[in-house]
Design a protein around this ligand. Sequence first.
Ligand SMILES: [Zn+2]
Length: 194
Amino acid sequence: MIKLELRFLGDPILRKKARPVVNVNKKIKDILDSMVRVMAERDGVGLAGPQVGISKRIVVVDVGNGPIKLINPEIVKSVGSEIAVEGCLSIPGVFGEVRRASEVEVTALDENGRRVWIEGSGLLARALQHELDHLDGILFVDKVIRFVSPGEGSGEALEATNATHRESNTCATEREAEGKRDDAETENGVHGQS
Ligand SMILES: [Zn+2]
């Protein structure tokens, strides 16, 4: 078991561009497993390598359908735009509205080195974009339109540190995203995932 410690705002590793994984080996698998554990312990919906001191292009995401582990992920398609509230495990207690694409398609390697494609909308799209930003040293606070107090509004707190907060707000945002996705589909003819 690999012991990983969360890194917080001010730690230079969070601002470094993470390096691609060259060999998908057992060590990378073990790191990903440990990242999933840290994410679950903190009730997060995503975690990127630099957040646990690993400057490699690896992320884990779990928006409630089980963990997704991605190696060298890249966004290959972005559709639409929507604003919602985010937080970050590396910046506890800070929340703000961020504009993100409403749907993304990401390609990556899985933990067995196989190429995968993931289409996400709503919270999954947002989590993927937030985590991939971490790999380039970009934090959500760089993109905040408006900071909000933790209890304010109906947006989800991405990577929230409190399960109750996350659950209550995730539902609201998914409903909200659902409505927006319908609009996006009409405009763009794109069908999001269910
Ligand atoms: Zn984050």
